[in-house]
Design a protein around this ligand. Sequence first.
Ligand code: CTP
Ligand code: MG
Length: 221
Amino acid sequence: MNGTVGDVVALVPAAGKGLRLGHDEPKAFVCLGTDSLLKRSVDGLRASGAVDRIVVIVPVDLLDAARGLVGDDVTVVAGGRERTDSVRAGLAVIGGASVVLVHDAARALTPPALIARVVAEVRAGRPAVIPVLPVVDTVKEVDLMGAVIGTPDRSRLRAVQTPQGFDADVLRRAYAAATDISTDDAGLVERIGETVHTIVGDALAFKITTPHDLLLAEALL
Ligand code: CTP
Ligand code: MG
């Protein structure tokens, strides 16, 4: 089945430790205002009106805690060591879905309209769709000692957000072929030679990574 008909399943990787945020609990369980990042991300997916089923992937010791946060209509499974392992665990329970979104729990303020736009592009026949923004800083490549090796042309660089949307068969093939980890899912799709299409992202889809990001999110609420 291709992505133009059939169910849309959203996978929400939420099994990271949140080391850079530095809270006691894993990042997805940290509160932004009254609600956890995980609950806010799940609510955003629901509000998009474009998602039929949601699967969240959490640390194995927090399965029950997550079930309490997200509601009975959401499937909760245990993640793994790397993000790639966690997404793979989610992919194992998508059944016959035709479109898969992968959306970081850490992007808790992502506008529902962006989520709907990604789904619409996959429905229109794109095998893989990612929201991106231009890079504002100049980016340097450095060696292990910190010496600069090169300066890529900034006008051709983009910072990548989620949700990333895929024809389900394409993402299944990408994960079946993956031999190591990737920081995003589109990276694995690129490796099997499928074209990844970019759309304009949204500043509100930023990833909450550091204490500074959490402060910014609180100010934006
Ligand atoms: N993630 C996951 N499983 C992992 C690692 C990450 O599901 N083994 C999820 C995180 O929960 C997060 C998203 O992937 O929603 C993006 O990862 P990142 O921002 O790096 O979160 P953490 O890995 O939790 O943070 P850190 O790298 O600072 O420890
Ligand atoms: Mg991480």
